[in-house]
Design a protein. Sequence first.
Length: 133
Amino acid sequence: SGLVLLPRSGGGPFATKHPRLQVARIFRDAGQLRDAETQLGRAEELYGGPELAFELGRLFLAAGLPERAEPLLRRPVHEQPYESDNWLWLARSLAALGQLFQARAQVLKALRQDRLQIGVGYLALWRSWMRGE
């Protein structure tokens, strides 16, 4: 098990202890998708779980492949439903697939769960996604 080397980069719901996922997030945020994919592939050899599925889903979204992202982003929603980022990134993948009704339903379902902390900022972000901004 790795040490926490870097602060959470705002790229996901998990403050990870896995250095390869942290490095993959940095590459993804910098637009270096191939390098991010390499790090995630190496991470997959060591550990799996909802955190890895979330990062792979985000990578596929960044690469313009929502059809590959959507099934991956469902896993963290089911395994860790209290993380609002899980719901919102699943909704974003559904919206990218043109499934706007289902995307909206995911956001509303998340809002109804008291344990989720979705603020006004997330709602504004959702509205901008729906307008295609």
